[in-house]
Design a protein around this ligand. Structure first.
Ligand code: CA
Length: 256
């Protein structure tokens, strides 16, 4: 029988050192075990609105479909992943419509990376260059694949990972939520286990702090790493908004 697991989490968003507004948003909804990071883009408050609307609409959509997550048929995991992708596209349509209503918001969009936990399984949906990492037994794995111009060039062998880090177009993403009515949403799922750590972050963090540093800080400080990692990104210039959510998985200790 599977051991019941409990989740604890901590998250924070920070405007950084340079920008006057914070276009990142995040959600920790412990009662629905839903966690989202969204990094908005677009002038005239567009970025802030896009990331906030994405989070609200994804949360609302998934709440309305909560019942269908509890089914236990063979295509259970497929159905949940489909719902997650639909939730992201529902948000995309709302953001797109909002931009049509107000010309100042034209072209706004956002990344969205989310985890919905169902039982002991993490379901993931992802668009853009925010990231999900899994830290298991001390090792860090990047679960999501950045939808960015530089990452496409790295994968095609045109530039190296080192070149990508300092590339002048490193902020250009190739998929976003809300820029158009619908977008291709990556989905995946995996079983979680005792002592796993899950990390959602915007590029304001992973663009400034290396995977090794993220892994070390979270292995050592667990949920208390959030402040430390945001400080690190700020110490290095903090040119972008910085957002981080850390989720800690623990076996529920049953009383005997
Ligand atoms: Ca950003």
């Amino acid at each position: 029988m599977k051991q019941p697991l409990e989740l604890k989490s901590s998250g924070k968003t920070d405007v950084g050192q340079v920008r006057s507004t914070n276009q990142d948003s995040f959600l920790i909804d412990e009662s629905h075990q839903l966690y989202i990071v969204a990094d908005g883009m677009g002038g005239h408050a567009g970025g802030e609105i896009a990331s906030q609307v994405a989070i609200e609409e994804i949360q609302k959509y998934l709440k309305n479909h909560e019942e269908s997550f509890q089914r236990n048929d063979d295509d259970h995991t497929k159905i949940i992943s489909q719902h997650l992708a639909q939730a992201v596209n529902h948000a995309s349509a709302r953001i797109y419509e909002r931009a049509l209503e107000d010309p100042a918001l034209k072209g706004m969009g956002t990344t969205a990376t989310l985890i919905k936990m169902v039982g002991n399984r993490a379901f993931v949906a992802h668009v853009g260059d925010s990231r999900l990492y899994l830290i298991r037994s001390g090792y860090l794995y990047q679960i999501t694949n950045d939808h960015s111009l530089v990452n496409e060039q790295v994968r095609a062998g045109i530039i190296t990972e080192e070149e990508a880090k300092i590339h002048h177009l490193k902020n250009v993403i190739t998929r976003s939520v809300g820029y158009q009515e619908e977008e291709d949403v990556d989905t995946t799922s995996f079983d979680i286990s005792d002592k796993d750590l899950l990390v959602l972050c915007s590029d304001g963090l992973h663009g400034k702090v290396s995977d090794q540093e993220i892994s070390k800080a979270i292995n050592e400080k667990q949920l208390n790493s959030v402040e430390h990692l945001i400080d690190l990104a700020n110490d290095r210039g903090g040119e972008d908004n910085i957002t981080l959510v850390v989720i800690q998985v623990n076996e529920i200790q049953t009383q005997t």
